[in-house]
Unconditional design. Structure first.
Length: 433
């Protein structure tokens, strides 16, 4: 097989065979096909698209390009959850103990964040002492005893995706539905879960800008999951404004604890219940979504989920005093109120730009090498659709620096106050196999 023939075939709009796709992925991972040829192929895929069979073959080839995790030593149906990206998305911290409380084992491998705000690992590490590096044996044992563990992704999971993603990033080929779908699903399949719940987000800064594209991505991933024998479903959720109230690592842990204490913001809790119900049903701990939701509500109200969160933090070396007294997490040196410039109704709070405003304070990374400051971030007091009065505080900025001019400028430009009534929609659609 010659790479140049494969590029030509895709360039001309023909479907590649499974053998051709395997050839590309194996040899690219091994270093025997150069970046420039794969770049050309990626651009051809970008323009010519791929069939379901091609996307499935690509996903399988990437999933098996490195280590695959065997979770069969964990009893029960392991259900994973993945979001395509959000600002202030604290759901995993709440869902993991809450779903575990319903009897579904949560064996989760998470990533760090780049840009915007931190990833789940960065948030957990905001709890002093918390360790995200466990051996595979420790990880499996913890899930069997506690029903929950969240650790960092192992070094060699889907290495083909790592290489391809880096190449896509510098060749303007990230925004391709077959490439995004195969990238996400290859990692989920390699990570060993039996069932997968996907949260496909829509918004200006999200991968998917509109409902039509989001549906196509969701349907593609659900189909790949099915063909790979993993029960998969997707919800399409709104990410045009930040989720919940807190954006920033310690602040989001604080928010998660508040949620587990029954004091969470409405939108964040709704997303938790929608995703959680699907996880409990896929984990076969409930026959239907309504019963699942009731189980989740009860395990939150009776304190079981919070108790499991505390045990989970303790098991991974975290200092549980921060869970018992979450105010200890609020350590930023300065707090600034950001006030409404006029009276009206909030039309927009552009999620990704507010994420950048938090990143500039140190809550996220501009480059992989940047160090996150867990203490800093933003807490919203108002959300889209709320009425505000000139001079009223819209949000509090938690900072470890006095100069926050750039953050304030971004907030000013991206929080739009107007006259129209706005009714935000959180869940746009649900896609099942
Ligand atoms: N997330 C991924 O893991 N891969 C993509 O291609 C896009 C989002
Ligand atoms: Ca949040």
């Amino acid at each position: 097989m010659r790479m140049v023939d494969i590029i030509e075939k895709k360039r001309d709009g023909q479907a590649l065979s499974t053998a051709e796709i395997q050839f590309v992925i194996e040899n690219y991972t091994a270093g025997s096909i150069p970046d420039y040829q794969v770049s050309a192929l990626l651009m051809a895929i970008f323009y010519q698209d791929m069939t379901d069979d091609e996307i499935t073959a690509l996903t399988q080839a990437m999933a098996t390009s490195g280590e695959t995790i065997d979770l069969s030593a964990i009893e029960g149906i392991k259900v994973d959850k993945h979001s395509t990206g959000g600002v202030g998305d604290t759901t995993t911290l709440i869902l993991a103990p809450l779903v575990a409380a319903c009897g579904v084992p949560v064996a989760k491998m998470s990533g760090r964040g780049l840009g915007h705000t931190g990833g789940t690992l960065d948030k957990l590490e905001a709890i002093p002492g918390f360790k995200v590096e466990l051996s595979k044996e420790e990880f499996i044992q913890q899930v069997n005893t506690l029903k929950v563990s969240v650790i960092g992704q192992s070094g060699n999971l889907a290495p083909a995706d790592k290489k391809l993603y880096a190449l896509r990033d510098v060749t303007a080929t990230v925004d391709s539905i077959p490439l995004i779908a195969s990238s996400i699903m290859s990692k989920k399949i390699a990570a060993g879960a039996d069932a997968i719940v996907l949260d496909v987000t829509i918004g200006e800064g999200a991968f998917m800008k509109n409902l039509e594209d989001a549906k196509r991505l969701a349907k593609t991933m659900v189909r790949i999951g099915k063909l790979a024998n993993r029960a998969t479903m997707a919800i399409i959720s709104d990410m045009s404004e930040p989720l919940g109230e807190a954006i920033g690592n310690s602040l989001e842990v604080y928010e998660a604890i508040q949620c587990l204490q029954g004091k969470g913001p409405k939108d964040l809790m709704e997303l938790v219940y929608v995703l959680g119900s699907q996880m409990v049903v896929l984990g076969q701990k409930s026959p239907d979504l309504a019963t699942a939701r009731q189980m989740l509500t009860e395990n939150l109200a009776n304190g079981t989920a919070l108790k499991i969160f505390k045990e989970f933090v303790a098991a991974q070396g975290g200092d549980v005093r921060y869970v018992e007294e979450p105010e200890k997490l609020l350590t930023a040196q300065y707090q600034f109120e950001f006030k409404a410039a006029k009276t009206g109704i909030i039309q927009k709070m552009v999620a990704n730009e507010i994420g950048v405003a938090a990143m500039l304070l140190g809550a996220g990374r501009k480059t992989k090498e940047d160090v996150i400051d867990p203490a800093v971030g933003i807490v919203l007091h108002k959300k889209v659709g709320d009425t505000v009065t000139a001079g009223e505080s819209l949000l509090t900025i938690y900072a470890n620096q006095e100069n926050i001019a750039e953050t304030e400028r971004l907030l000013f430009e991206n929080i739009i106050i107007g006259k129209d009534a706005v009714e935000p929609v959180l869940i746009h659609d649900i896609i099942t196999a």
